[in-house]
Ligand binder design. Structure first.
Ligand SMILES: Nc1ncnc2c1ncn2[C@@H]1O[C@H](COP(=O)(O)OP(=O)(O)OP(=O)(O)O)[C@@H](O)[C@H]1O
Length: 262
């Protein structure tokens, strides 16, 4: 039984008398525990799809089900990490993570939440910065805290919208490794993930399945080999990944209109 199911989902942005169709008849099933990357040119509808799944907006037509229950708004079963740092600027890293823990676990004491938050900060290598405010952290550090915060919600599904998009390649690579480690053996283990990216290599490293979008539609899917190494080197060395990369790059070329940023 798929954990997440889009059934004939369409979405239009409405502004006064104007309406813009951003997604049309999307059918998509995502299995429990699957790591899916959405990829495609800028403006094809990736973030719109993610925000519908987050429950931040409702489909204009069709429905989205999670474990057979229609999504009717945001919920504690889904955590979100955005590109722009989604931390409270007036709270320390520790308090940011404690907040998410206490939001979804009302019975937990302040002390227990603190212990748990410190564990999560340690998982993302941020325990030494627990008492710093977001403005005192680098972009990569803030995203680490944002991941710890999302893990604090302990939701079975994580939605990530270009979480590393604003970071330099070195930090980006380190955070990809961190996310994979959490996924394979740490706090994120066994969660379902839907990850939006422009970056083919990032998708090839992280995903179980890569979904290519063109404006309003899903047009291709690639199942990535489970037995592969998930690293930048593997993309160069593993012929199966090289083949997928070539195909995806051809798709990007074939669907370019000259207006996109990737
Ligand atoms: N608030 C809005 N009002 C009107 N149109 C919008 C709005 N937000 C997005 N759109 C349009 O909907 C389409 C899909 O946008 P969306 O942000 O989902 O694309 P995307 O694939 O995530 O792009 P990017 O990779 O640049 O973030 C685009 O054509 C965009 O211009």
């Amino acid at each position: 039984m798929p954990a997440i199911s889009f059934k004939n989902v369409s979405y239009s942005y409405v502004d006064g008398d104007e309406s813009f169709l951003a997604l049309e008849d999307i059918d998509l099933e995502i299995a429990d525990g699957e790591f899916v990357c959405l990829i495609g040119h800028s403006g094809c509808g990736k973030s719109t799809l993610l925000s519908l799944l987050a429950g931040l907006s409702m489909p204009t037509a069709g429905e989205i089900l999670i474990d057979n229950v229609p999504v009717s708004g945001p919920g504690p079963d889904r955590s979100i990490v955005f590109q722009s740092y989604s931390l409270f600027p007036w709270q320390t890293a520790l308090k940011n993570v404690m907040f998410s823990i206490r939001q979804t676990n009302k019975d937990i004491s302040k002390e227990q939440a603190k212990v748990r938050a410190m564990e999560l900060l340690a998982q993302v290598g941020m325990e030494d910065a627990a008492n710093r405010y977001p403005y005192q952290l680098s972009g990569g550090m803030r995203q680490r805290v944002a991941i710890a915060r999302a893990l604090g919600i302990d939701a079975p599904t994580m939605l990530l919208d270009e979480p590393f998009g604003a970071l330099d390649p070195l930090i980006r690579g380190k955070l990809q490794e961190l996310l994979l480690r959490l996924w394979n053996e740490g706090e994120g283990c066994c969660k379902t993930a839907v990850f939006v990216t422009h970056d083919i290599d990032e998708a090839l490293i992280l995903a179980d399945r890569l979904i290519f979008m063109e404006p309003r539609h899903i047009t291709r899917e690639f199942i990535l080999p489970k037995d592969r190494a998930r690293s930048a080197d593997a993309i160069v060395e593993d012929v199966r990944l090289r083949d997928v990369k070539r195909e995806v790059m051809e798709l990007f070329d074939a669907t370019a209109t000259g207006k996109e940023d990737c």
